[in-house]
Design a protein around this ligand. Structure first.
Ligand code: GLA
Ligand code: ZN
Length: 670
């Protein structure tokens, strides 16, 4: 699509006078900005009434972009409905979890089952595609924006019943799947089924449900209902334009939607990165790798990040000097082929007027932020095409599964404090800080390319996954599973076998009991020479062929295994089981031992603040990204001869290599 990494962001010039557009483009040129995301929230301008379309402003925005040689990621603009639409068709407004029908306001809140919304959103996408297909500025289609949430209205309830009928065929199958005999819930008519909400099966919020099977199916239905909206718009786009790639911007680790169900329908993945304030750098990295995994490792777009500060939080700190550059190269290191901002120029009013922007209200090009943005623009121009289309040569996979996430967190017992993302992140972090490239993959992924497969808190085991994990170990690989894995089938019904269910053979263990303690209780665990702690859940493991690697140091299970290793097959494969939520040093200890078995520790594994990531370009060029996440310089020794593509300098093997605070090097390995 381009001879360099795309650079730009959300651009909403319909919000300010056209005289300012000249200045916008002058500044874009200065900053090396080549890509504009346009029209995300312009529905009320492009369709001021049901029977009136007006593309005048959008025409001029695209014409201007084309004249300047910039390309446009064009939104269908259906994420924020105009007031006339919600007033004419109140069904478009969602009904919330508490059963309240909302009135017009905000955005991202249309009912996915509303025929009026579906018809009008699709019609708008159709008009836009008809008008702009083949436009010289058009680069990609951006459907809607950050799909999310759920609606509990009567239309959605009906659609849910239809979804269940398609899935189960008859009520016997559904009653069986949901275990409805429990608490006298046997349904005799699909019409009796209600969406699980605060008015029905839930108490104390969305995580507490009387029927996990029903709530899981509701999450799957919601995912599919919103996907249906996307697909309707995509079909409208495709009726006018068969070629331009179509995406919608995801939100990384976003619990409400199973993005793996969406992935086949995207032409490329894209996402908006706004990491939690206290998140370590491995948090956005995990989300990048999850997004890359959606399209089987193909590059994705970083569709949004803030150049400086968010606005939506109670406290919105600035990105420190150098942090934006580091985050941008981190995205590229993990597979981004585009680095875009929200937003290019700050809006004058409403709730995002203080959100960071490349160009602030004063329109200056001599601010710190503009300078950093322009500096990155210069570097991306210099980097050119070298990283485009590059792949991550990972030999370690981490299985990420929305069903397990949902099932774990809506479970009553053993502990509400076990959070899926925290546990997955702990293992991901251990592998990444040890320098391993990691593919974050769905449970259906082909695992044959991996030496190590990490499957933390895989609460639900579906399909032939257990057999594919055994196959990894049978050819000499290592599989890691943890506490609260292999517990339930696809309907959240407990396996009628020893824990960990289908993983028990590979792990060579049996678990009969599990203890849960409050978060402040830390139990000592001994792992070889390391004394560490563990929290939350303590499974009591009875080895059935596995050998203990670590042991609990307290309570009536003191001296019993907390971590085990099971030799599997005849080619040196192993199944490792971690029966408790080890603190990070314990997780690191385990993961580093596993990586070392396969010679997968990275060249700078002794420097956890220095992130390393490899990418291999289509022409075979091997790139190594070095990212110093510390506020101090990092002193490294080059492990291979290379050229630093950002400085042009040659690096000899064993030569000292200094990274500035928050510094970045992009090495082309020889
Ligand atoms: C999201 C949205 C944008 C904007 C930013 C602000 O990612 O897609 O429209 O609201 O957040 O951070
Ligand atoms: Zn609805």
């Amino acid at each position: 699509m381009s001879d360099k990494i795309r650079y730009g962001g959300d651009y909403n010039p319909e919000q300010w006078p056209e005289e300012v557009w000249d200045e916008d483009h002058r500044l874009f040129t200065r900053a090396g900005i080549d890509t504009l995301t346009v029209g995300v929230f312009s529905w009320s301008l492009t369709q001021p009434a049901e029977d009136t379309y007006d593309f005048g402003v959008l025409d001029r925005i695209l014409e201007r972009a084309a004249a300047e040689g910039r390309r446009v990621c064009l939104a269908t603009g259906t994420a924020a409905v105009p007031p006339w639409l919600a007033h004419a068709y109140p069904e478009v407004n969602r009904t919330d979890f508490e059963g309240r029908r909302h009135r017009y306001g905000q955005r991202h809140n249309f009912c996915p089952s509303s025929p009026a919304y579906r018809r009008l959103a699709t019609a708008l996408a159709d008009r836009i595609a008809e008008r702009y297909a083949g436009h010289p500025a058009l680069l990609a289609w951006h459907v809607n924006n950050e799909y999310g949430g759920a609606c509990y209205c009567d239309l959605c309830a009906d659609a849910f019943r239809g979804w269940l009928r398609d899935r189960y065929g008859d009520l016997d199958a559904l009653n069986d799947a949901w275990c409805t005999t429990f608490w006298s819930h046997r349904y005799t008519d699909f019409a009796q089924i209600e969406p699980p909400s605060a008015l029905t099966e839930h108490w104390r919020g969305p995580d507490h449900t009387a029927f996990q099977g029903a709530t899981l199916d509701w999450s799957r239905f919601t995912t599919d209902a919103l996907l249906g909206c996307f697909l309707a718009e995509k079909e409208a786009l495709r009726s006018h334009d068969q070629d331009t790639p179509v995406t919608t911007n995801f939100m990384g680790m976003y619990r409400p939607l199973d993005y793996h169900r969406w992935a086949p329908h995207l032409d490329f993945a894209s996402w908006d990165s706004y990491p939690p304030l206290d998140a370590p750098p491995t948090w956005p990295a995990l989300a990048h790798d999850l997004m890359r995994g959606l399209k089987d490792g193909a590059p994705f777009w970083l569709m949004e990040q803030t150049p400086s500060t968010t606005a939506c939080r109670d406290v919105n700190p600035l990105r420190r000097p150098g942090e934006l550059r580091l985050a941008t190269f981190q995205a590229i290191a993990h597979g981004a082929d585009a680095a875009l901002y929200f937003q290019l120029r700050a809006s004058r009013g409403a709730c995002e007027k203080y959100h960071g922007a490349v160009i602030g209200h004063a329109g200056r090009d001599d601010t710190r932020v503009f300078g950093e943005v322009a500096g990155i623009g210069t570097e991306l121009a210099a980097l050119g095409a070298v990283a485009l289309g590059a792949r991550t040569p990972a030999r370690t996979a981490l299985v990420f599964d929305w069903d397990s996430w949902w099932a774990l967190e809506i479970s009553d017992g053993p502990s509400r404090h076990v959070r899926y993302q925290d546990t997955v992140h702990a293992y991901y972090r251990a592998a990444r800080e040890a320098g391993a490239d990691v593919d974050v993959v769905p449970h259906t992924a082909d695992l044959t390319a991996y030496d190590v497969v990490l499957a933390p808190v895989l609460h639900m085991v579906k399909g032939d996954l257990a057999a594919r994990l055994e196959a990894v170990a049978a050819r000499g690989g290592t599989v890691l599973a943890t506490f609260l894995s292999g517990r339930v089938d696809a309907h959240d019904r407990a396996f009628l076998t020893d824990v960990p269910g289908p993983l028990a053979g590979l792990m060579g263990i049996r678990v009969d009991e599990w203890d849960a303690r409050p978060p402040d209780v830390v139990q000592p665990v001994r792992l070889g020479e390391l004394s560490t702690g563990a929290r939350l859940v303590f499974e009591i493991v009875r080895p059935r062929g596995a050998e203990p690697v670590g042991t609990y140091g307290a309570d009536f299970y003191a001296g019993t295994p907390a971590v085990t290793r099971n030799a599997f097959g005849t080619d040196g494969g192993e199944g490792w089981y971690v029966a408790t939520a080890l603190e990070q040093p314990g997780v690191d200890w385990v993961v580093r031992r596993i990586l070392a078995r396969h010679d997968l520790l990275g060249p700078h594994a002794d420097q956890p603040a220095v992130e390393t990531a490899h990418r291999t370009a289509p022409d075979g060029t091997r790139l190594l990204f070095l990212l110093n996440h510390a506020a101090e310089p990092a002193q490294l020794t080059a492990h291979a001869p290379a050229t630093d593509l950002l400085t042009g300098e040659r690096v000899e093997k064993q030569a000292p290599l200094t990274l500035d605070p928050y510094g970045v090097a992009v090495l082309r390995l020889q």
